[in-house]
Design a protein around this ligand. Structure first.
Ligand SMILES: Cc1cc2nc3c(=O)[nH]c(=O)nc-3n(C[C@H](O)[C@H](O)[C@H](O)COP(=O)(O)OP(=O)(O)OC[C@H]3O[C@@H](n4cnc5c(N)ncnc54)[C@H](O)[C@@H]3O)c2cc1C
Length: 475
């Protein structure tokens, strides 16, 4: 028997679930948000993977380690000499924890201000939109909703013969909490998380080896980008071994021995710590009762249509739990779109225009189609590119590695995609996303005034270069 009724019940308080809850409250819905996560202090820690053990803490460590790296390697060129630089990893980790805690608290305040009921516990969808709540403390109870959004997120994949023990062999959670820089750090997977966390610990002094099973680095972007990235990572001393398939990892005398095959030969390396970063899978376990009526795909994701409707009436699913990129902003936008659809508005999600970012140094960002995608689809296209080394601002900053590439339809000139490797690529990609969302052409970007001197002039010039009329490079 359900004893409490809501317009909307949301299971999972990450960037998908909590954003949906706030938008629903703005639209006058009576909302219950259920999230099981607790901090070290045993208090509710809403914000999901992203805030607690993902996007935000990884960026805090990336920023701290970047400052340390710059002081050691880049300040001298500006005439600044700093003696006796040292890094206190404990302080860095404490700062990261404080950032997370501050944002956890901010969310709890937002829930209060929006009159969202929040339950710190586990939610399980039963039949007919009733949800069993098992609080972190206290007895289970059942609630009923007119609508339910499932936003339980994802958990890390594991691989055979590599057991995460949380100390020597870790996933993203452990890699954000090392008490000191390991002398040797192994990373399985040279994807977004592997590259970001590998960069953090490399900058702090670890020798870092990344094992990547695929023969190509970052196959999600075009080769000119991945080559530029590989060059920069090599300069930084990241040892990325492509086509290296890890067969297993064993603890030997307090060290981790990783066995792998590459080019048909078996080899091994020994590390102080090993990070497993081989991707993530939908967190659908324990979420659905037998009578829920919600279907899963064969990959364990919740099956949804283009509007995030599941196979059960008025039950929706969003974020990492469903198809599409596993990104925080994609989860949030799906949450908003679903809630607006429930409210009778026209919820809008455009999965073709989701920006991706890897927060290494230089940053790598992209949106839309790659040259590879278009060639495969038989679409005629043209490209324009521009290096940051030809911008006054990049050189003035002493940070001019990388370039911008814009890909436009050969006939209509409409922008179909863009890739940026370089300083603040994460911020600059937004300009291209906006242009694409308004169906803009490279000529539109080329006609827009960009302030001088700025890094975004590289976008302007890349757009001009699509029609071979860039000013500050030979076309
Ligand atoms: C190290 C790392 C770095 C990342 N960096 C970025 C980045 O820079 N940018 C970016 O866009 N993305 C990044 N991501 C990915 C991003 O974290 C996810 O895409 C995003 O968190 C997905 O949001 P979500 O709301 O779907 O799920 P989540 O954030 O996973 O939130 C789901 C929440 O639901 C809770 N939960 C699960 N099941 C239940 C249940 N049955 N009952 C109650 N609660 C439940 C979980 O504990 C969790 O708190 C990163 C991920 C990692 C691991």
């Amino acid at each position: 028997m359900s004893d409490k009724k809501f317009d909307l019940i949301i299971v999972g308080g990450g960037p998908g679930g909590y954003v949906a809850a706030i938008r629903a409250a703005q639209l006058d819905m009576k909302v219950l948000l259920i999230d099981d996560r607790q901090g070290d202090d045993g208090k509710a820690a809403p914000g999901g993977t992203c805030l607690n053990v993902g996007c935000v803490p990884s960026k805090a460590l990336l920023d701290s380690s970047k400052h340390y790296h710059h002081i050691q390697h880049d300040y001298a060129a500006h005439g600044i000499s700093v003696d006796g630089v040292s890094m206190d990893v404990g302080t860095m980790i404490d700062r990261k924890r404080k950032v997370v805690k501050q944002l956890n608290g901010g969310l709890l305040q937002l829930f209060k201000a929006n009159k969202i009921e929040f339950a710190n516990g586990w939610g399980k969808l039963l039949s007919d939109r009733s949800v069993e709540v098992t609080p972190c403390e206290g007895d289970s109870y059942t609630v009923a909703g007119q609508h339910v959004i499932l936003a339980a997120g994802s958990v890390p994949f594991t691989i055979p013969n590599v057991e995460i023990d949380g100390t020597h062999i870790v996933d993203n959670v452990g890699a954000l909490e090392f008490g000191e820089a390991p002398e040797r750090l192994g990373v399985i997977g040279a994807g977004v998380i592997g590259l970001e966390m590998g960069s953090v610990w490399k900058r702090l002094g670890s020798e870092v080896i990344l094992f990547e099973a695929m023969d190509e680095l970052l196959p999600v972007v075009d080769k000119d980008m991945s080559r530029a990235a590989a060059r920069e990572f090599k300069k930084q001393g990241l040892d990325i071994r492509l086509g290296a398939k890890v067969a297993g990892a064993d603890l030997v005398d307090g060290k981790v021995k990783v066995t792998y095959t590459k080019d048909g030969n078996e080899s091994s390396e020994t590390f102080d710590r090993l990070l497993v970063a081989v991707g993530r899978r939908a967190a659908s376990e324990g979420l659905l009762g037998e009578e829920s009526g919600v279907k899963l795909t064969d990959r364990g994701q919740i099956e949804v249509d283009a509007h995030c409707r599941t196979s059960a009436e008025n039950v929706w699913a969003i974020g990492d739990l469903v198809r599409g990129p596993m990104l925080a902003h994609k989860a949030s936008e799906e949450g908003v779109a679903v809630v607006e659809t429930i409210a009778g508005q026209h919820g809008h999600i455009n999965l073709d225009h989701v920006p991706w970012v890897i927060y290494t140094d230089p940053e790598i960002a992209w949106v839309g189609k790659t040259e590879k995608d278009l060639a495969e689809a038989g679409v005629e296209y043209k490209t324009g590119s521009f290096p940051f080394a030809a911008t006054g601002r990049g050189l003035a900053m002493g940070d001019a590695a990388g370039h911008v590439k814009i890909i436009a339809d050969a006939e209509s000139d409409r922008i179909l995609g863009a890739q940026i490797i370089g300083p603040t690529a994460s911020e600059m990609i937004a300009e291209i996303v906006v242009t694409m969302e308004f169906a803009g052409a490279s000529e539109d970007l080329g006609r827009i005034i960009h302030a001088h001197p700025t890094l975004s002039e590289a976008i302007h010039e890349a757009a001009l270069s699509v029609d071979k009329r860039a000013i500050h490079k030979a076309n």
